[in-house]
Design a protein. Structure first.
Length: 538
């Protein structure tokens, strides 16, 4: 019988130690993939993409609204080609109707300059007709800059180009309209044309710039000086300043040529400005073979030209409140995996890293932050910079944590860091195990309770529950107060003020911290009946 009791005691001790080790064991929460990234509900300049790693990763967004739209409400037309299929190509400014032919193809971000896609043109020759072509744009309302009978003042056109060969005569852009002359019965031919010649782009504006009184017009021709390299992206921008008559053509942000829309072709004198005719349409890529991305028109002279793929200020994510389950958890460390990525000639290059400082040789970088709270709606603690994989000690404690990551592009703006996974390792503040060997000794109007300490090292005290029916501990009347009674860190308690002749039931639970108590499970239940004349020696 003694051997059996000894074996039971050993088994209970092993169970207690095992439970204690489990409660003190580290746990890990993993964030990655297209579903869990939803926890990063605040994103500024960040996109979620595939094809870099087996699961989707977070990278800096190359969407052109992040890097090139400096004219704000003056944006007149915006074709991003990010919709995934030509039939879904849209002017996000809402001013132009887009029509496409079956010859137009949409490509994904591997081939795009910005955002998630680009348009692939394969037109062998000029259409010579603004009513048909691979992609046709028609003003759909009077708010469009190129709506009929409108005089334009400042404007800017820009696009990215990736030609296949760029042979002479490849037509990039064509706009044709009929301009009324004197009476509505007489019209003159009006055109904007951008065409390749000797690996350069030439712009011509025919009958487009009119005198202030509308009685005369001048034709403008302007050409680049730098060769456009086939199978490489280049940015092209032409802009007009109505205050001076300046027309400037830039390639990759560098000024290539300047002319003036004045009778003399020089600065000074009367400025001619565009007057739009009727029945006008744009055709993009009618005779062009290659890729085009981010075609935009602004109703303003755009002074700054940004040709970086990723914005210099970078981007940021912040997760929502991550619930670790119980209060006062101790975050041990943050681990992360990711790297840097860039796309060159449709090839995605990637450099992979796990933990440590995420700074790469081209100066692309990620910086990690964390903060903790016991209230998911109140964050008093400042953001704490952390290095993935480095132990945090006792710096971060709470039921809820938030993570933030700042993303910075490379020095030349052509590569981005990417985040594949974040792991939070923490010690859960699980409540301690109940005390063992609870005993109750009845006395005169009182009961003496004693127990063995809980095996958990984080135990700070014990709550004693009592009542007059089993598993129903709502007792009252004891001199020490209502159930439960805080026994502090002691492992015995004398409860007086009880009624003689009444059978009382008792259980004890350990707690790890107060305000509020973090209470564990009940111990085994014991019972005792106080009677007059009983003593502790009974």
């Amino acid at each position: 019988m003694k051997n059996k009791a000894y074996l039971i005691a050993i088994m209970y001790l092993l169970f207690s130690v095992s439970g204690s080790l489990h409660s003190l064991g580290e746990k890990t929460m993993r964030l990655s993939g297209d579903s869990i990234w939803k926890m990063a509900d605040y994103r500024s300049g960040i996109a979620e993409v595939s094809m870099v790693r087996p699961e989707p990763v977070l990278v800096l967004s190359s969407a052109y609204s992040q890097v090139g739209d400096v004219s704000g409400s003056a944006l007149d037309l915006a074709l991003s080609f990010d919709e995934g299929h030509p039939s879904r190509f849209r002017d996000s400014a809402g001013h132009y109707q887009v029509s496409v032919s079956p010859s137009l193809v949409a490509v994904d971000r591997r081939h795009a300059r910005a955002g998630l896609g680009a348009a692939l043109f394969s037109g062998p020759s000029s259409t010579g007709n603004a009513a048909s072509g691979p992609l046709v744009l028609e003003a759909r309302n009077s708010a469009a800059l190129f709506s009929p009978n409108r005089r334009i003042y400042d404007f800017t056109m820009e696009f990215w180009l990736h030609p296949l060969n760029l042979e002479n005569g490849e037509e990039i852009l064509l706009w044709i309209s009929a301009k009324p002359v004197n009476t509505a019965l007489h019209y003159s031919f009006q055109r904007i044309l951008c065409v390749s010649a000797k690996n350069r782009l030439q712009w011509s504006f025919l009958n487009f710039f009119a005198s202030p009184d509308g009685t005369s017009s001048i034709d403008i021709n302007i050409s680049g000086t730098s060769a456009v390299v086939p199978k490489h992206w280049s940015h092209h921008l032409i802009r007009f300043d109505s205050s001076t008559g300046l027309i400037e053509y830039l390639v990759d942000g560098v000024s290539e040529a300047i002319v003036y829309a004045t009778p003399t072709g020089r600065e000074g004198g009367e400025v001619y400005s565009p007057v739009i005719g009727v029945d006008g349409n744009f055709v993009l890529g009618g005779g062009f073979s290659g890729l085009m991305d981010e075609f935009r028109i602004h109703g303003a002279y755009v002074p700054g030209v940004v040709v970086r793929k990723y914005p210099a200020p970078g981007g940021r994510i912040e997760t929502n409140a991550i619930d670790l389950g119980v209060g006062n958890n101790g975050v041990q460390k943050i681990e992360a995996s990711g790297g840097k990525t860039s796309i060159l000639d449709a090839r995605i290059s990637s450099e992979y890293r796990q933990n440590g400082r995420f700074r790469f040789s081209d100066d692309s970088e990620m910086q990690f932050f964390i903060r903790a709270s016991d209230n998911p709606y109140r964050w008093d603690a400042p953001w704490l910079p952390v290095t993935p994989g480095v132990e945090l000690g006792t710096l971060v404690q709470g039921r809820y944590v938030q993570l933030a990551v700042d993303f910075y592009p490379s020095a030349n703006g052509e590569s981005s860091p990417y985040l594949e996974e974040v792991r939070i390792t923490y010690l859960p503040d699980e409540p301690p195990l109940p005390p063992a060997q609870l005993t109750a000794v009845a006395m005169d109007g009182a009961v003496q309770l004693s127990w063995r300490n809980s095996p958990n090292q984080n135990t700070q005290g014990y709550l004693v529950y009592y009542g007059t029916s089993s598993d129903n501990y709502f007792g009252e009347g004891a001199a020490l107060g209502l159930s439960p009674i805080d026994a502090g860190s002691q492992n015995s308690i004398y409860i007086d003020g009880l009624k003689n002749g009444v059978l009382y039931y008792f259980s004890v639970a350990a707690y790890s911290h107060t305000a509020p108590f973090h209470v564990g499970e009940f111990s085994r239940e014991v019972r005792a009946r106080p009677l007059q004349g009983l003593s502790a020696t009974r």
